[in-house]
Design a protein around this ligand. Sequence first.
Ligand SMILES: NC(=O)c1ccc[n+]([C@@H]2O[C@H](COP(=O)([O-])OP(=O)(O)OC[C@H]3O[C@@H](n4cnc5c(N)ncnc54)[C@H](OP(=O)(O)O)[C@@H]3O)[C@@H](O)[C@H]2O)c1
Length: 439
Amino acid sequence: MPKRISKTVAKVGARQRQERSSACRVALIGFGTVGRAVAKILCENGDSSLRLTHICNRNVERKKQPWVPGDVIWTDDVDSVLKSDADIVIELIGGLDPAGQIVRRALEAGKSVVTANKQLIARHGSDLLQLARSHGCQLEFGASVAGGVPVLPALRTGLCGDRLHGIAGILNGTCNYILSRIESARIPFSEALEEAQARGYAEADASEDLDGGDARAKLAILALAGLHVRVAPESVRARTVRAVDAVDFDYAAELGCTIRQISRAILRDETLFAEVGPCLVPIESPFGRVQRNLNLVLTSGQYGGDMAFLGAGAGGDPTAVAVVSDVMFVAQNLSSGAGKREVASYVSTPVISSDFETPWYLRFFVRDQPGIVARLAQIMAAHHLNIDSLLQKPGFDKASLPFVITLEPCRDSSLRPALEEMAGLDFSIRPCLCLPILR
Ligand SMILES: NC(=O)c1ccc[n+]([C@@H]2O[C@H](COP(=O)([O-])OP(=O)(O)OC[C@H]3O[C@@H](n4cnc5c(N)ncnc54)[C@H](OP(=O)(O)O)[C@@H]3O)[C@@H](O)[C@H]2O)c1
């Protein structure tokens, strides 16, 4: 090799070594759907300020990939990662245990943590943020809600100057896929669920999605980051989407509406009104237009008004973008010593209520006989509920006849006793489906 070229190569080699030693060291725990996509971005993006040092997964041998640089350590020993000189630990194994232990131990060891773990953050986010603060490190969880949609970073930085009082969203792509498929193809719920499962949009046991557990964990995180309130996910009422029928989309359309699973939280004085469940929303509204497995989050602030965040709420690559963006944010702060994203120190623990006041959609399936409407109207009147409209489409079997009553705005708590009374009526062949109408 000529002398001049060999000197140049030596200089480049020295610079690379210097860059690598000053780079922020990143260890990844969990090499599944998201972990693999994160590793791919970190290995491909050529950002010399970040250096992937470890990939940790149980039974790691089977996970090894040829595109990962040779100096990355593959291990199934979490302890060795936590004892290493990694600056940032990315937790992507999911679940509460052992993920919670790993995140705690990493923070206690002075390492900053990036995670996409909604269950962990929904239950322990406030304590973990406190732990991070007390050890002078950072905890970022931007991918834990709405996957690749940067709503959490927006709440924690771009909107932290506002005083938010409301957050509402389509936070579960599985439910939105199923509901928008029923809407477009008028197929039964069971068929839309099977289709979602076949396409990988729903798990074999989709209960967490369909019954609202997933969305209320995300709502609890949004409420913490945006409304500065601590909410146990279990304290938020969740109504299932399983009872929604194709015929409900016909009746909803007559009212200019469609049906979506909506998660909403409104902070009023010391009370947080919150719930998750299917709602009627105007077809032409932002929620009504969200199709398939997309997510949408709307925020309402005292000064900035309404904001909207729309995009891919799940999937390896979009979620990995959110994770890597958090890693870059943390790395920049570590190198500059600049400010961290804080959840305000004035986090409060409000009373949680699902007693929203809205108009209502009530759908009955009855065995047809004279006097049904009169009997229902009598019960409504006894409970001081005002009927707004009555809808009955022709052409259905008289043994299983669907029809709809809409009510003028009233509180959920005023409606429940009437629903209990109606449930005992002998002509009712299915429980009444009761959905809020969000105008
Ligand atoms: N997938 C998405 O679209 C999405 C969207 C938003 C947020 N998230 C969140 O991102 C996180 C990761 O999700 P994912 O979809 O990537 O899950 P995943 O595909 O199941 O990957 C989890 C990985 O962690 C490994 N693992 C599990 N327990 C472990 C343990 N005790 N020790 C070491 N390794 C362990 C698994 O190994 P095995 O191969 O042996 O199972 C697997 O490789 C979760 O918190 C999830 O809620 C995911």
